[in-house]
Ligand binder design. Sequence first.
Ligand SMILES: [Zn+2]
Length: 187
Amino acid sequence: MRFTIPYADANPARITQGFHSEHIGLDMISRVTPWGQGVPLVAPERVKIVALSGDNYTPKNDWPLTKGFGVIMQGLESYNFHLYWHTGPVFPVKVGDIVERGKIVAYMSNSGRVYSGGKYVPIADRYTNKGTHLHWECFAKFEDGRKTGHMDPSQFIDWTLKPTYTLAEQVGAIAKTVLRLSHLMSK
Ligand SMILES: [Zn+2]
């Protein structure tokens, strides 16, 4: 079982930080939009949405931009769990959704502890989209509850497996995100 690439223009040259002992994930950037802001991130395999950080967003009680937003997915084609981090605060999916591989689950952004040129990007500068990237973590959890350590997602990616969402699905995901945002703001 191989993973679909996480967004449209993902390729090995877009890796900005690989997996190592002090970085238990894979960092990647996009060039689809300037700095990659808002680029749709897709499920790397058929997944169930386990958790969304940022789900409790409201204007008065937001999960701070400093902590970051992300989505946790349980792989349904493997025993892997996937975390996409530094995403935008609102998602086109909800907890419990089953998402086919290659379909949109979140948007690339620069929430949380992000760096640009090795320097922490102050919150006040986030509107410049500096530090926008995907941080992807992956580990396996078996039926008996045993867990592996974090693994390097890049070793399981098939770079020829592209996102499969259509333009209509992309528009639909944006509409769901906007509706969800208006719903959360009216709470
Ligand atoms: Zn990272």
